[in-house]
Design a protein around this ligand. Structure first.
Ligand SMILES: Nc1ncnc2c1ncn2[C@@H]1O[C@H](COP(=O)(O)OP(=O)(O)O)[C@@H](O)[C@H]1O
Ligand SMILES: [Mg+2]
Length: 409
């Protein structure tokens, strides 16, 4: 029997890791694929000094830390380069292809990213080199004029984005200048605001498995994922799903969320470099069991098929399609074929239907269990103030019970 180790590199999250570990235990840890049997052990990765010469006993790591914690980030990079560790997600492209680069690359492929400008920081580094350079070469610019040309409302947000940090909606010149002043040394974008939109579509992509959700950013966290069967019309929904799959394959991200705004008959992707996507039970609620089983399935697939880690990107075939004279719809379909090749989509679904044919059933039983209920209870107790515990335990129990009922086959 082939032994494999799956590591979870975690920060302060407890909800989804406990659900993931629970599901792995309920599944029994043995996978048979093409007559080869593997035993997969799930454990939490520890952080400590490491020798660049030493190997690692892990085969795959789901990383939730490297976007802010640089010690594990460097360990992941070393292990990917030296020890063939498979990573969700690729720390190389995630670092070099932040929101700004992701906008640029996707605009180049023809996606409708809202008009976006990059601004020099309000306050530059405090040294003579910078002040001399600025005095000699920085052009004075008329920010209100740029904003007037874009048209209000405008969103000012950090060029590298993430977690709603420093995002401000501005409706006029005074607010614009106040937000710019506030941004201080940060590098900011200003972006055409798409207000009065029809639907905010958020997609979560886990390997080739992509799902769309109706999302309401104006609501408090627990109500943002809206419970609905229909997010948008079928054609737009398909476009959102393909967009997410293409973005993820292009950047070599296996696990990423993509936000797009649907307005006046067009879909505008506007936040899609989220390689540590929110999968909290308290955000996803009804959709949480889907996310956990999908993450479990994709990581098992990568292990069982010994999928190689793709550290580098392969942009040219995408740009060749972008430069062809096809319509955007045709281009999207062609990009999606490249994405499916990269993500091994056909084999993944075969794997799910054979090696993991019992997964949906096991997830269903696990979700109804006392163990899962304890995850709901302790997550609410951790996140909400004491006087809200009863209300929110009932709220999440109700949504999970509805999932159990709807998935009773
Ligand atoms: N161009 C835009 N039009 C409308 N709303 C926007 C726009 N940009 C950002 N927002 C709003 O601000 C939120 C945070 O911005 P986003 O780009 O998603 O940043 P982050 O990467 O921090 O999540 C979005 O979820 C959305 O509600
Ligand atoms: Mg966002």
């Amino acid at each position: 029997m082939n032994h494999k180790r799956l590591g979870l590199l975690l920060g302060d999250e407890e909800d989804w890791p406990r659900a993931f570990e629970g599901l792995a235990r309920w599944m029994g840890g043995k996978i048979v694929w093409q007559n080869k049997q593997s035993q997969v052990d799930v454990e939490r990765v520890r952080i400590h000094p490491f020798s660049l010469q030493h190997g690692t006993s892990y085969d795959l790591v789901i990383d939730r830390l490297a976007y802010w914690h640089f010690t594990p980030r460097e360990w992941l990079k070393k292990a990917a380069l030296m020890n063939d560790l498979y990573l969700l997600n690729n720390p190389f492209t995630f670092q070099s292809m932040e929101k700004h680069s992701a906008y640029c690359a996707m605009m180049r492929l023809g996606f409708n990213v809202p008009e976006t400008w990059f601004l020099p920081p309000k306050v530059g580094p405090d040294n003579k080199k910078y002040s001399t350079t600025a005095a000699r070469y920085h052009d004075l610019f008329d920010l209100p004029e740029i904003a007037r040309n874009i048209g209000y409302p405008i969103f000012m947000k950090p060029f590298d984005g993430g977690g709603w940090r420093g995002v401000t909606k501005v409706d006029n010149e005074a607010e614009l200048m106040a937000a710019y002043h506030e941004s201080d040394t940060e590098l900011m974008h200003i972006q055409k605001g798409l207000d009065n939109f029809d639907v905010f579509v958020r997609c979560l992509g886990i390997g080739p498995d992509v799902r769309s959700f109706k999302y309401d950013p104006a609501q408090p966290q627990h109500l943002r994922y809206v419970l609905t069967d229909k997010v948008v019309d079928d054609e737009t929904n398909e476009e959102a799903l393909l967009t997410t799959k293409v973005i993820n394959a292009f950047f070599r991200w296996d696990f990423n969320s993509c936000e797009a705004i649907y307005k006046d008959g067009r879909l505008w992707p506007m936040d899609f470099a989220n390689a540590c996507p929110d999968i909290a039970l308290t955000s996803l609620h009804y959709y949480f069991p889907w996310a956990i089983s999908s993450l479990y399935a994709w990581s098992q697939f990568c292990l069982a098929t010994e999928r190689p880690m793709h550290v580098t990107m392969d942009i040219k075939p995408y740009y060749d399609i972008a430069d062809s004279d096809r319509s955007f719809k045709e281009k999207l379909r062609e990009y999606a074929k490249l994405a499916d090749q990269h993500l091994d989509t056909e084999r993944y679904w075969e794997f799910r239907h054979t090696a993991l044919s019992n997964l949906d059933e096991v997830m269903w039983h696990f979700t109804r269990s006392e163990e899962f209920d304890q995850i709901i209870v302790s997550t609410v107790q951790e996140l909400f103030p004491a006087h809200e515990h009863e209300q929110f335990i009932a709220h999440y129990r109700g949504l999970i019970a509805k999932w159990v009922e709807d998935n009773n086959r």
